[in-house]
Design a protein around this ligand. Structure first.
Ligand SMILES: Cc1ncc(COP(=O)(O)O)c(C=O)c1O
Length: 362
């Protein structure tokens, strides 16, 4: 008997496993495993969701027009070049579907976001990884890894799970070294957290070139992960392609309403950024003080390495989990000696620091 067989490469995919949300051992959990915002969404976004409840029998606006216009206004972009998606994950998948296929290569960095490889394999393309230098994207290594078969280069800037970034000049150098028929996707999911002068999320490169796309998300600083909402800023030709391949109602009505309200409440975003700015140096310093190596992060999370501590990341994850503290093991990213911790509320961060101190003293 024959059975339906999926396209080649599909069964080689290791499914994406999200950050743990609960533990068997502890009733009360503190989830710092998925880079969510401790401040949650803008209250205006919650009210907008409430207001939609009476209209659940209606299809959403297929073009996400209000949302697109609000993003365009706040970020000062041409709305015709913005495409909204069911999370930036969907945009990543759609770009891969549209621009890569069997026999092609999709290039990204050694510890790059997992969805790039998953998307590549789901269309039969080959994922290719370029070595990083000090857990940071290395433009020379990326360019060296380009072949005749390369179709897409994904650059998470800043990257998850390392938290590192490369400056605008380096992203421009990367673009300059790529053939014009290779699509460069700058994934700026954590852009709102970055305060470095030499950082630029990708807008300027998209404006200047036909082969660059920037992706963004409402899951991180906007605190709307549950609704699944992301967007891309594209050259007009790429926007046209994405509109052809996306589902006709790919962004649901709750996400559209919440996103529209959230993007207009920049005071809330400033509060979230200030909280992150306060904690990033404190966490980095305290963890280093405990003998852990911490990769310099510009995002809303830190990557700590247990390699010099005499303890394993696995043991640490289990110890924390037994106390209801959920961090992210990142062995799947090729970082088996590390854990990633999302910056939580004051109370949550103190709880992790206290627990790690007692774990490392044991
Ligand atoms: C670098 C990066 N890109 C994209 C995403 C996907 O975000 P979403 O699909 O929630 O918009 C994430 C989520 O963790 C991420 O870390």
């Amino acid at each position: 008997m024959s059975t339906p067989v999926p396209q080649s490469g599909i069964l080689n995919i290791s499914p994406y496993i999200g950050g743990k949300a609960s533990t068997d051992e502890s009733a009360k959990t503190i989830k710092l495993s998925a880079n969510e915002s401790p401040l949650g969404p803008s209250p205006d976004a919650v009210s907008a969701v409430d207001a939609i409840k009476a209209e659940l029998h209606r299809y959403p606006d297929g073009g996400s027009a209000n949302l697109t216009n609000a993003i365009a206004e706040i970020y000062k972009l041409d709305p015709a070049r913005i495409v909204c998606g069911n999370g930036s994950d969907e945009i990543i998948s759609l770009l891969t579907l549209a621009y890569a296929g069997e026999g092609d290569e999709v290039l990204f960095t050694e510890h790059g976001f997992l969805m790039y490889g998953i998307s590549a394999m789901s269309v039969g393309a080959t994922p290719v990884k370029a070595a990083e230098t000090e857990r940071t994207a290395d433009v020379d290594n990326i360019l060296d890894a380009v072949t005749d078969r390369t179709r897409i280069v994904f650059l998470a800037n800043p990257n998850n799970p390392t938290g590192t970034y490369i400056p605008q000049s380096e992203v421009a150098r990367l673009r300059g070294g790529l053939r014009d028929d290779i699509l460069l996707v700058v994934d700026a999911a954590y852009a709102e957290y970055v305060s470095k002068e030499d950082y630029e999320p990708g807008v300027e490169l998209v404006m200047a070139h036909d082969n660059v796309v920037m992706t963004r998300t409402f899951s991180k600083i906007y605190g709307l992960s549950a609704l699944r909402l992301g967007w891309a800023f594209c050259p007009p030709e790429v926007a046209d392609v994405l509109h052809r391949v996306r589902g006709p109602f790919n962004v649901n009505a709750l996400a559209q309403a919440a996103g529209t309200a959230a993007v207009r409440d920049q005071a809330h975003i400033n509060r979230a950024r200030a909280h992150n700015d306060k904690w990033l140096p404190i966490l980095t310093q305290r963890l280093r003080g405990m003998g852990l190596a911490v990769t310099p992060s510009v995002g809303n999370f830190v990557l700590m390495d247990f390699v010099e501590s005499g303890k394993s990341a696995d043991e640490a994850e289990k110890f924390l989990s037994s106390r209801g503290l959920l961090l992210r093991g990142v062995a799947g990213y090729g970082l088996p000696t590390c854990l990633r911790m999302t910056i939580g509320s004051d109370e949550e961060n103190h709880a992790v620091l206290d627990a790690l101190e007692s774990f490392l003293e044991k």
